[in-house]
Design a protein around this ligand. Sequence first.
Ligand code: NI
Length: 139
Amino acid sequence: MPALQRFGVSMPEGLLKAFDEHIGLEGYTNRSEALRDVVRDHLIAGRWADSQAEVVGVITLVYDHHAYGLDEHLTEFQHQRHEIVVCSTHVHLDHHNCVEVIVVRGKGAEVQALADRLMSMRGVKHGQLSGTATGEGLE
Ligand code: NI
C-alpha cells in the first residue's frame, strides 16, 4: 500500500450529505475510500479520452445466432484485431440468443473502435463496453 497523504476538502453541506448517503448505500464504510474510487474513476475516464493511453475493457454482446453470417463476422473481426482481443467467452442463452463477452486491451481509441464495430453489426441486439485501466497513478 502506498504512503497516504491527508488533505482538506471543502464542499457545500448538501453535496457532502448526498455523497455520504450515496456511498453508505453502496457499502462504503469510510469517506476516504469512496473518494479514492471517485478519483480513480475520473482518471480512468481521462485515459479513455486520451487515444494513446493503454486501457482494458470488456465488450458484452447479445445477439441472435440465427442472424445470417453474424457468428462468422464477429469472429472475423476479432481475428483482425487479435492484438487487442485478449480472450472471449460465448454462452448460448436460449434457442435464439447468445451472449459473447470479450476482454480487450490496447489504446483507448482502438479498443473503442473495435467495440463500436462489433456492437453496430446487424443482428447484435445489445452491446456494451465497460472500461477500466491499471498502472501508474491509479494505485
Ligand atoms: Ni451461442
